[in-house]
Design a protein around this ligand. Structure first.
Ligand SMILES: [Zn+2]
Ligand SMILES: [Zn+2]
Length: 282
């Protein structure tokens, strides 16, 4: 089957884009396997989400939505941990001079997570609405995940227009959820040992700015899908079924239509209908 029908090539990088500033050689499927990445097994079977702060109140709590999305995306059990209270004794913070807002040092968060990894955790992903920085010389960082140590931290602060002092538009809530979902799966995929994708337009493409991350699709390209499937052994067809339900429920109609089209090409129209509408009277 031709993958080209459903997958776009990665756009040629413009000035300021990720690949223009960070030349990457890519990670082929063979490279991925040879890197001996961490894989979930019966002892380390769960992905934990660790909120570090309260989230803005949305129609559906953000952490719940992220949990459902990650469950469908990785076809694994996801668990949300109680909010981890950070204080001056266990964490380094500073006030960013450009924004006047508090920032948390990522390395300190990763150190805490490493010490408290649950026994059955494949990985722990900390999520926060506070801004982050990786070292004193940096202005900020969206997030940081370790390819080997099964811990990561990600901030959604800069996906909220209010962070920049801008009004939250009508679509604010949907946009925040959409951006958060995309970045969550990107970061978690890093913890499966996937590095940035340079082959197709893909959620695993690197991104240097918001416009670039907004332009990435939600669906994995064939190369990254193959890597993740190698790790988790999920059934690709039923995974698409789970993602379709999530996209429909969350109102991500474009993505739902993409999954439908993809599934129709993979298993045929009739079989796709049975998977996507299992309860429909016929
Ligand atoms: Zn990345
Ligand atoms: Zn990819």
């Amino acid at each position: 089957m031709e993958p080209g029908a459903d997958f776009e090539p990665i756009p040629v990088p413009k000035r300021g884009d990720w690949l223009a500033e960070h030349p990457e050689t890519g990670q082929r499927f063979d490279d991925f396997v040879k890197s001996r990445p961490n894989r979930p097994d019966k002892y380390r079977s769960k992905i934990y989400l660790q909120p570090l702060s309260e989230f803005p109140s949305l129609a559906v709590p953000l952490a719940e939505t992220l949990k459902e999305y990650a469950a469908a995306y990785f076809a694994m059990e996801i668990q949300i941990l109680p909010v981890l209270k950070l204080n001056d004794e266990n964490i380094t913070t500073r006030i960013n001079t450009f924004t006047g807002k508090r920032q948390i040092l990522t390395g300190d968060v990763l150190a805490i997570l490493r010490k408290s990894l649950p026994k059955d955790a494949f990985c722990v992903m900390a999520i926060t609405m506070e801004d982050l920085y990786p070292q004193p010389s940096w202005n900020f960082v969206f997030g940081q995940a370790s390819l080997r140590e099964r811990v990561g931290v990600y901030s959604f602060a800069r996906y909220d227009p209010a962070f920049y002092g801008q009004a939250r538009g009508k679509n604010y809530e949907k946009l925040l959820v959409w951006r958060s979902c995309k970045v969550l799966v990107h970061e978690i995929a890093h913890m499966f040992g996937l590095t940035h994708c340079i082959y197709f337009a893909c959620p695993l493409n690197g991104s240097n700015h918001l416009e670039e991350s907004d332009s990435r699709p939600m669906h994995l390209c064939p190369v990254c899908l193959r890597k993740l499937q190698h790790s988790t052994r999920f059934n690709v067809v039923s995974r698409y079924g789970g993602l379709f339900s999530f996209y429909k429920k969350t109102g991500f109609e474009d993505e739902a239509q993409w999954v439908k089209g993809r599934l129709e090409r993979v298993v045929g129209t009739d079989a796709a209908r049975k998977i996507l509408e299992p309860n429909r009277q016929r």
